[in-house]
Design a protein around this ligand. Sequence first.
Ligand SMILES: [Zn+2]
Length: 211
Amino acid sequence: MRQTQTCTPKHNLRVERRVCDLHYVLANDPDLLETADLIVATTGSWAAENSLNRWHLAQGRGQPILYGWTEAHACAGHGVAITGEGGCLQCHIGRTGAPAFKVVDWPDGGDANQEEPACGAHYQPYGPVELNYVTAMLSELALDCLLTPPLQSLSRVLVTSAKRIVDLGGRLSEAWLSEYVEHHSGVRTVDRPWSKLHCTACGEARADEAA
Ligand SMILES: [Zn+2]
């Protein structure tokens, strides 16, 4: 069942919500997305974001989409802005939704979800203090997309301190160390290209355009 609720409080803020999944919106209410200046997707669902990426490609990538996610323990956060040129979301994401570039490895399985005793709830042991670094980075990238839109798709990566990663049993990945060898003691943010690889999603879209 679908419901729409609108709230228009002070300060030019208009909030609407749809009680349905993203596939329903894509199929039945695409104007909602097509008229947006920026779409921010932080669903944590590869099925949803894969569908959004394919919709984005089909409608010509008319506006940027910002995707965001965290790594285990919120030790790293990723923002990926997909714009009109450069890679699509899937270019650097595996078929099961696993990103190709990861900042932290957990050799002893420290990235596994915790489980509450006698309960089916699973969780990662971090809180708003750790997460706020990631949400602040994503918020800043969202403003960049609106005020000075990047010409090419890009990735912004936030990494917490090396000490915190080690204390939790993690270590910086080979992929990270191959690009950023210098030691960092505090939180660090870097921008990386999100190049076009003509993956199965944007390669197919290109073939459709040529047909
Ligand atoms: Zn692609």
